[in-house]
Structures are given as structure tokens and as C-alpha cells.
Design a protein around this ligand. Structure first.
Ligand code: ADP
Length: 323
């Protein structure tokens, strides 16, 4: 097997805290093994437009704890067009790039699968998205940070909710799934949690709040994943039915940024190093994840269409502990 000489690293999708930690791990591992690394800037759009920079060890200094991505990202629907992808492939060939490490979510994984099929180049994907919706790994890089950011905010909301005996609806990110909402609800002690995977029942929620009031409960926090329901409508409905003041807080993009937690960084360091070392050994086409604390490499062609299932047992426990 010929020695791998040149690879590229890219962050093509939504940013997540810990992506920079993963870029650093990829660059340092490659250089340690004598492999040259190109950073593709602005996602697949940057590859189509030849926006690549060679990365040296010093270029990734001081980024281990920085949110976002130094490579920047840019949505690129044009990449779905084969003619545009050909342009991108020419730029890869011109730089002698023999493999890619893509750091991102399910869209990045789908694009990676297409690139491998069309070019035969190996691509290893490191799962990085706050959504945690990637199969083949228990957690994605950035998820733990997003959960901690939301929990910190909700703890503060709880203080004011208790002082004023108010009900707060807090909307967290999660357009298609409730991974963030469910974790946040459990560890922030929310009274209820609405997620897209489970049909919500407003009658049951009204009953639960009334029963809580009778027991002398001082505050209520209801977590709503953004894709589960229209949180404005929930607030209006609760206000009408309970005749109490209900406040809405939408946490929004603050969940995407910030200093990555130790867990997000640990995952990024380990998965970044593994993605490169596996490629050096001839292994390409893998989603590099961690299951039960062990690094686990799953063939992308087997999992890129799979849907990660939410743990409904966790919802049961969260609800039970909130009563
Ligand atoms: P994420 O990786 O966070 O899920 P996206 O869904 O935006 O982010 O995907 C990242 C990029 O991958 C898109 O901007 C697009 O350029 C490319 N991509 C996603 N799906 C496809 C596809 N089916 N075919 C070609 N390119 C795709």
C-alpha cells in the first residue's frame, strides 16, 4: 500500500462547539505522521471555488477551546448538482488530495457518501452537530455543550420562576428530534417536555399543572423542542386555560456557540485522531463514533440513511421525577 501523503479537512454543515478541537486533532495527527493537510474553507462551496489553505501545526494553536469553526461553513445546495461536484473533484486532484476528513452532521455524511461513490477517494466523517441525531455514536461533538448551555440558562429561569410563582415555556433547538430537549428536561428538572417524536397532549399538561398548584408547587418549566409544537400557541393555550401568567423563552442560537465542554473536547480529540490514523492504515468510508465509551467505526454506506432512535425510557424517568 502506497503511503498516504496528503489529506483535506472540512466542516461543511452547521457549526457545533468542539469542531475546532476536532480540526486541531486532525491536523496535528496528520502532521505527526508526516501527512500534509489542506483545510477546505467555507464547506463544499469552498472546495468548488478552490478556497483551500495548507494547515501547519501553529495554525491550530489556541483553538482547542474555541466554539465555531476556523474553516467557516457555508450551506451549498449547488453541491447536489453533479457538474458542480466535478469542479470540486478537479480542485482535489490538483492538490494531490488522497482522502478527506469531514466534520459535520447527516448532510455532511450524505455528501461524503456521494463523493466516495463518484471518486473512489476515502472519506471519514467525524460526527459534529448539537442535534446528536447521527447513528453510529452515542453522542456527537457539540451536543454536551449545547445541553449544558441550555441547562445553565434554565437554572437561571427557574430562580425567577420560583420567586414570582410563574410558569415558563422554554423552547430549545431540535427541529426534527428531541435529543437536546429530553436531556435538558431530565437534568434541569423540567415539569414536562414536548419532543417531535411523541404527540403532545395539552389536556394532560393542564391537569399536571393544576395538580402541582394544589400541592403548592411554586414554579413550572415546560421544555419544548422547536419541532415539537408552536411554543407561542402553547403559551397562549396555557394562559387561556389556566388563567395564569405564562412566559416564553426561546433559547435559539446561543445553544450553537460557546466554549466546548470537556466531554465535547474529549470526543473531538479522540475521534479526530482516529479518523486520520485509520485513513493512514487504509481505512476510509467510516463514521468515527463512540459507543459505550469505546471508539467505534461504522461503514458510512450502511448507516447514512439510518435514523437514530430517541430513548423514550428517559422521557418516562424525566416525567416520573418531575411529579
Ligand atoms: P450537516 O452536515 O450539519 O447536516 P447540511 O445538511 O447543511 O449540514 O449538509 C452540509 C452540506 O452537505 C450541504 O450544504 C450540502 O452542500 C451538502 N449535502 C447535503 N446533502 C447532500 C446531498 N444529498 N447531495 C449532495 N450534497 C449534499
Amino acid at each position: 500500500m502506497a503511503k498516504l501523503k496528503t489529506i483535506a479537512v472540512i466542516t461543511p454543515g452547521g457549526d457545533a462547539p468542539g469542531m475546532n478541537t476536532a480540526i486541531r486533532a486532525v491536523v496535528r495527527t496528520a502532521i505527526f505522521h508526516g501527512v500534509k493537510v489542506w483545510g477546505i474553507k467555507e464547506g463544499w462551496w469552498g472546495l468548488m471555488h478552490d478556497n483551500l489553505v495548507e494547515l501547519a501545526t501553529k495554525d491550530v494553536s489556541g483553538i482547542i477551546n474555541r466554539g465555531g469553526t476556523i474553516l467557516h461553513s457555508r450551506r451549498c445546495p449547488e453541491f447536489k448538482d453533479k457538474a458542480n461536484r466535478r469542479l470540486a473533484y478537479q480542485n482535489l486532484r490538483a492538490k494531490g488530495i488522497e482522502g478527506i476528513v469531514a466534520i459535520g452532521g447527516d448532510g455532511s455524511m450524505r455528501a461524503s457518501q456521494i463523493i466516495m461513490k463518484e471518486t473512489g477517494l476515502p472519506v471519514n466523517v467525524i460526527p459534529a452537530t448539537i442535534d446528536n441525531d447521527i447513528p453510529g455514536t452515542d453522542y456527537t461533538i457539540g451536543f454536551d455543550t449545547a445541553v449544558n448551555t441550555a441547562v445553565e440558562a434554565i437554572d437561571k429561569i427557574r430562580d425567577t420562576a420560583t420567586s414570582h410563582q410563574r410558569l415558563f415555556v422554554v423552547e430549545v433547538m431540535g427541529r426534527h428530534n428531541g435529543f437536546i430537549a429530553l436531556d435538558v428536561a431530565l437534568v434541569a428538572g423540567a415539569e414536562a417536555c414536548f419532543i417531535p417524536e411523541v404527540k403532545h397532549n395539552i389536556n394532560q399538561l393542564v391537569k399536571l399543572i393544576k395538580a402541582g398548584h394544589e400541592r403548592g408547587k411554586k414554579s413550572f418549566i415546560i421544555i419544548v423542542a422547536e419541532g415539537a409544537a408552536d411554543s407561542h400557541k402553547i403559551v397562549a393555550e396555557l394562559q387561556r386555560r389556566l388563567n395564569i401568567e405564562v412566559r416564553l423563552t426561546i433559547l435559539g442560537h446561543m445553544q450553537r456557540g460557546g466554549v466546548p465542554t470537556a466531554l465535547s473536547r474529549e470526543l473531538a480529540c479522540k475521534l479526530g485522531a482516529t479518523a486520520v490514523e485509520l485513513m493512514i492504515k487504509g481505512g476510509g468510508g467510516y463514521l468515527i463514533g463512540a459507543i459505550s465509551d469505546k471508539i467505534c467505526c461504522s461503514p458510512i454506506n450502511k448507516i447514512y440513511k439510518a435514523k437514530k432512535q430517541i430513548d423514550l425510557e428517559q422521557l418516562r424517568i424525566a416525567n416520573m421525577l418531575a411529579t
